[in-house]
Write a protein of this length. Structure first.
Lengths: 211, 211
DNA sequence: CGCCAGGTGTTACCGCGGGTAACATCGGTG
DNA sequence: CACCGATGTTACCCGCGGTAACACCTGGCG
């Protein structure tokens, strides 16, 4: 099966990499072929279809982030510190090469499947890693399997959305973001004091009519 | 602007709605036109382009979900109960019409945007609503603005990813899912007892081969 | 030498989807 | 009547993913 050091393949992947860095995940096969100085059929000979190319391109970058996440999850620290390390590892990753991690987190693709297709493959792998770590490290009683799997997905989605927003807006330094997210996971929302109820309507117009 | 009761427009939106319910967010303009018993140019006259149509279609369904979320966020309950109500409201929404809410949560489309474009518009509105509710109801000290905005995004992404997974796999009844997510937000991950460290490698091969 | 095999490359095409131009039709109003 | 606006059509353009068919150049092997 494949992967038996094909230098040409690497060249083509490099070209694809350049184009994706420039045009984002929506880069066209024509553009990639042109960047490589060739024409489409060669790309299709090497990668089968567009999905195959982007999969190869993705796998190239996934391992780095994934290994870092695994290492952080296995670090022998107090739990809170470990969680902060994991969060910081992810944010540092997307911060270092935004365009590349855009490809990992939002492949866009849009293949025809009945339903679902929620998390990108790379994100699914991260979710699995979190699930595994939670299962191995935390005593959650009889519901452990369901809880850890749910939490793996939930935490991944949480840090994904928060990370996207942070990258776009840069509302604070990274360390602060890590604290904010760790605080959320540590139940600070539950523990904080209530504010006196203000009888203000939260939204000016309720909603235009629905016929 | 707009919305000045254009009955024809409503008819077309109804047809589009039917097609999206059947084919999901990838529905083609041709299919929608056919369902409406007409041809493409009419659609384009009414909605400008595909994006315009789907935006109109989205706004139609957004209000329902958003109103429900607002109502849940404003319910006079103990905080934990309110959070559970909000989670349940969202999950009930996506459960009732998966294809429709697929449209709200994953518009996919693939329009040319420079960078970013993390959360779909409907999700962004939900995030704003959560932010507003947290700001109004919880005392978070001097960092309140940053925390509540971060948490709004984070919680939205969390429930989005978890909801997608739940819809796909149906691993448990809805009430259980609500409990699992509320437990996470309530710091159960932080509070649970540790397990004895098992020196097992968490992943068998660092990176599996490419089939 | 001739010949085949395989990797590299090309041009030209198909089907489909978004989007548009140009023309046809009908109902009402001055 | 002429005019106008909404409704509708056919026929087309373009770009994209994907493919067929053909051309070339190397090398090994009889």
């Amino acid at each position: 099966m494949a992967a038996l050091e094909a230098p040409r393949r690497e060249q083509l992947l490099n070209a694809a990499d350049r184009v994706v860095r420039r045009d984002g995940p929506g880069a066209s096969m024509n553009a990639i072929a042109a960047e490589a100085g060739i024409t489409k059929p060669i790309l299709y000979r090497h990668f089968g279809d567009r999905n195959g190319l982007f999969q190869a391109l993705t796998e190239r970058h996934t391992s780095g982030l994934l290994d870092a996440m695994r290492a952080a999850l296995a670090e022998p620290l107090e739990r809170r510190e470990r969680v902060e390390l994991v969060l910081d590892t992810y944010l540092a990753g997307i911060e270092s090469r935004p365009q590349v991690y855009q490809l990992l987190t939002h492949p866009e693709a849009g293949d025809p499947n009945g339903v679902g297709s929620a998390l990108a493959p790379a994100m699914r792998q991260i979710a699995d890693e979190i699930t595994r770590a939670v299962t191995a490290q935390v005593d959650l009683g009889p519901d452990a399997p369901l809880l850890s799997e749910t939490w793996g997905r939930a935490i991944t989605g949480m840090v994904l959305a928060a990370g996207d927003w942070w990258l776009e807006q840069r509302p604070c330094p990274r360390a602060r973001m890590v604290q904010a997210l760790a605080d959320l996971l540590w139940g600070r929302l539950a523990a904080a004091a209530p504010l006196p109820a203000a009888p203000l309507p939260s939204a000016p117009p309720p909603t235009p009519p629905t016929p």
